[in-house]
Design a protein around this ligand. Sequence first.
Ligand SMILES: Cc1cc2nc3c(=O)[nH]c(=O)nc-3n(C[C@H](O)[C@H](O)[C@H](O)COP(=O)(O)O)c2cc1C
Length: 202
Amino acid sequence: MFRELVEKNRSYGAFYEDVPVKLETLMELVDLARISPSSMNLQPLKYILSNDKETNDFIYDHIRWASYIKKWQGPPKGERPAAYIIILIDRQIRVTGGRVDAGIALSSILLGATEKELGGCIISAIDRSAFIKKFQIPEHLEIMLVLGIGKPKGEISLVETDDEIIYYKGEDGTTKVPKRKLKDIIFDPEKYEKHKFHDHLY
Ligand SMILES: Cc1cc2nc3c(=O)[nH]c(=O)nc-3n(C[C@H](O)[C@H](O)[C@H](O)COP(=O)(O)O)c2cc1C
């Protein structure tokens, strides 16, 4: 069922690093992004793929993981993603914007990975200067996001929340990710005082 796929598609913090992700698999995932919607059908996204240890180690050393969890700098050796996909926006094709395209692309990639019993994590905290040097990325390609991909280790479950949004380890050892309740995300004007920004409209 599609909902199960979406529920399983979490941001994982641990992987079986010794389970390889083939280049062919990464290509299949990027091919899902390739056929996804794109504003004005400009298709400005480019991808760098990595599934070798040396490049993976470099990427790991230049990204930042889950800042809510204190004293946790990211997965230790052996529990890191076996592959990465770096998403770039080609500024010669699209001068500004493109972030929605990148969001749709990452969603296709991660859902595709989940269907293959893989898991991912989205990283936007990137040492961009280091990436530019390492991968010889030209000026017109903007580094948008890094996706870690691997066979996920450990369980993550969702919990409903009124307000708390910080993920945590539950007593059962699994990671809990709070999500706001459905009723709370449907707009209801009764819940809000008339907003100052819109004073001129009333
Ligand atoms: C645009 C975007 C950027 C993110 N950047 C980071 C990041 O730099 N580091 C990180 O550990 N997680 C990052 N995440 C993952 C979020 O922390 C994660 O989605 C959130 O905690 C909810 O968990 P879930 O993905 O399992 O629902 C990012 C997620 C999104 C959508």
